[in-house]
Design a protein around this ligand. Structure first.
Ligand SMILES: [Zn+2]
Length: 118
């Protein structure tokens, strides 16, 4: 697991080693994805709590991170920037102007670990 977020309140954009943003300086996009997510036929599953849905996706540069409601987060190499763009077009999700706002809005601070909110 990469040290993307040492705490839920610390935003991902502090990634100083990502120096090649493909659109704008350090553009970070944040997207909720309440449903299951599968790439190449493999469903995304949280290794910490085994959740299979209710994600917060974070795109920064060419990388996409998945955040679970249990506050686990990881870099997901199966999700490309193009995949992220496609997901943003799905009306199910909600985009947030910052990672911190997304985390707060969705309660992704670990408080709801192991639960699903409908
Ligand atoms: Zn989890």
């Amino acid at each position: 697991m990469l040290p993307v977020l040492s705490a839920a309140t610390e935003p991902v954009p502090q990634l100083t080693y990502e120096t090649q943003p493909t659109s704008g300086p350090g553009v970070t996009r944040c997207l909720s994805h309440p449903r299951q997510l599968a790439f190449r036929g493999i469903p995304v599953m949280c290794s910490a709590c085994r959740a299979r849905r209710d994600w917060l996706l974070i795109n920064h540069g060419r990388n996409v991170w998945v955040c679970c409601r249990c506050s686990n987060q990881w870099l997901e190499p199966e999700i490309s920037r193009a995949d992220f763009d496609a997901l943003i077009a799905i009306p199910d999700g909600t985009t947030y102007p910052s990672v911190a706002q997304g985390l707060t809005a969705l309660g992704f601070d670990g408080a709801f670990a192991g639960t699903y909110l409908e």
